[in-house]
Design a protein around this ligand. Structure first.
Ligand code: T4K
Length: 400
């Protein structure tokens, strides 16, 4: 137990954890079920190409989301690229800068310019009031992102998209199992894209999925993810290889089966963090709207350096020394990464809220790999760091 400043690893104490705690430690569902599925896949000798496990995964996801079509793909980045191309987006597309780089890359990969919109600091999501100023004659679409699984302002963005004749899709990589005004994410815009990467609360090792209620779009996306094949020797559309394989689908199915337990573990961790950190000056945990469905996948802290007496980066360094690998997602914002930094050197001028927030955010470990005792230890260290911010600053600066 760490009680004093001298107990901290940056002051020479032993690290709190022998093995690193990661933010994205995968949740492993029912191991037995998974191993049986792997045997079945090998027995089937059907490893990919829309096999029975992929079909089952799609069916189960569609039924859970209450959406007409779920199309499984190899990851969410390729899924975004295929949706963008399938909808014929060109020119410029408006997205938040405060997102994982894949949202921007899925456009730029196809020579479409992402135009970065600032966020509302209260929600961390794209600020609808800042969208219209960014629309030009080249704008063809908007990609809303439901960051941390908290839906962006779908209604307001949809109203703008409809009025300005723009296609609206959502990067819902974080938002599987979340709802907006009582309806599951997956049902909004032309399509929504989920990620089942290993670090997501529901994982398929690697995986993505497009959810849509549009029959024509769904049929087109199915062609596009399979080279445009409409049958043997019959290519009817441009396509790529976006297919999910059977092993990934089996992991996705096992993960879905264990979803309630995973959400419950995440929720309990969230509550524990909330309790342990309450009243700590300058350290606030983001809120999830309890009247909606949440997956509590991310434990997101905002560190106000002036109130906390310690900067986010010094707190992160303190935690890293303890083998707690906290992350500063999505620092420094897409617009400050290449190639966008070079393409749009002045976009920071428009993105003051994004730039402020990227200096404050710290993501902590959660999921089934973390115990309540781990959460308590992490919070104890955060409290100690906040109590001794000035000393920690001088220690870390002397180590530079
Ligand atoms: N849109 C948004 C808004 C997204 O957040 C993402 C992905 C996408 C689109 C694209 O989805 P995909 O194409 O990936 O399906 C991770 C994930 O790689 C990425 O999927 C995710 N967002 C992002 C938020 O987080 P990194 O840069 O944190 O690194 P990574 O993958 O090395 O993992 C983080 C930590 O997890 C590591 O410190 C170690 C631990 N880990 C990771 C893996 C893969 C494990 O313990 N076991 C593992 O198997 O991006």
């Amino acid at each position: 137990m760490k009680n004093n400043l001298s107990d901290l690893a940056i002051c020479g104490g032993p690290p709190a954890f022998n093995e690193t705690l990661h933010v994205g430690r995968p949740n492993i569902g029912d191991r037995e079920q998974l191993l049986q599925s792997f045997q079945q896949i090998l027995d089937n000798r059907w490893l990919t190409n829309n096999g029975p496990f992929v079909q089952e995964f799609e069916k189960k996801a569609a039924s859970f989301l209450g959406v007409n079509h779920c199309i499984a793909m190899c990851n969410a980045t390729i899924a975004l690229e295929i949706v963008i191309r399938g909808l014929g987006l060109t020119g410029e597309v408006i997205i938040p800068s405060f997102t994982f780089i894949a949202t921007a890359h899925s456009l730029q990969w196809q020579e479409i310019s992402p135009v970065f919109c600032d966020i509302d600091p209260a929600t961390h999501n794209m600020d609808p009031q800042k969208i219209e100023d960014l629309i030009t004659p080249r704008t063809t679409g908007i990609i809303g992102v439901h960051l941390w699984g908290r839906p962006c302002d779908i209604e307001a963005i949809l109203e703008i998209a409809n009025r300005r004749n723009l296609k609206l899709i959502f990067d819902a990589a974080h938002a599987f199992g979340c709802s907006y005004k009582g309806q599951m994410i997956g049902n909004f815009g032309k399509a929504e894209v989920f990620s089942f990467h290993a670090t997501k609360f529901i994982n398929a090792f690697e995986g993505g999925m497009v959810a849509t209620n549009n029959d024509t779009l769904a049929a087109k996306l199915r062609l596009m993810k399979n080279f445009g094949f409409a049958g043997y020797d019959n290519v009817v559309h441009i396509g790529t290889n976006g297919k999910m394989n059977e092993m990934c689908a089996a992991m996705g199915i096992a993960s879905l089966a264990g979803m309630d337990a995973i959400v419950e573990a995440n929720r309990q961790n969230y509550r524990q963090y909330e309790t342990e950190l309450s009243g700590l000056p300058g350290v606030s945990l983001i809120h999830y709207d309890e009247s909606e469905k949440n997956n509590y996948q991310y434990i997101v802290l905002e560190i106000d350096e002036h109130l906390a007496g310690i900067s986010r980066d010094h707190l992160m360094a303190t935690l890293h020394a303890e083998n707690i690998f906290a992350r500063r997602y999505f620092y420094p914002g897409c617009h400050r990464m290449e190639p966008y930094r070079s393409y749009f050197p002045h976009s920071g001028l428009l993105l003051s809220e994004t730039e402020k927030l990227t200096e404050k955010i710290l993501i902590l470990p959660t999921g089934t790999a973390i115990s309540m005792a781990d959460v308590k230890t992490i919070c104890r260290i955060i409290r100690l760091a906040v109590d001794h911010g000035e000393t920690i600053k001088s220690i870390l600066e002397s180590q530079k």
